[in-house]
Design a protein. Sequence first.
Length: 83
Amino acid sequence: MKTTSQHRSLGLGHWSHPLLGQRVIDHAHSDRVGVLRALAPDVEGGSLDPVLKVPDTPPVAWLSPEGGGIEWTTGLDTIEAAQ
């Protein structure tokens, strides 16, 4: 990921983004609306074991449903601010 004024490392594989904590539309998942919780690498296999090393993969957007529930991931280029 290209580092810009919009995206800077926050450590442990997480990146800043101007929409963190905001409602976004995920166009890759039927325009589902969620809250952008993090930009971080995806964890392969969904393991619940502790992550001891930051995966060497591009970051993805971690979204959570507005009312709570199970988070999902999507590509950074598939989200935009919700109105």
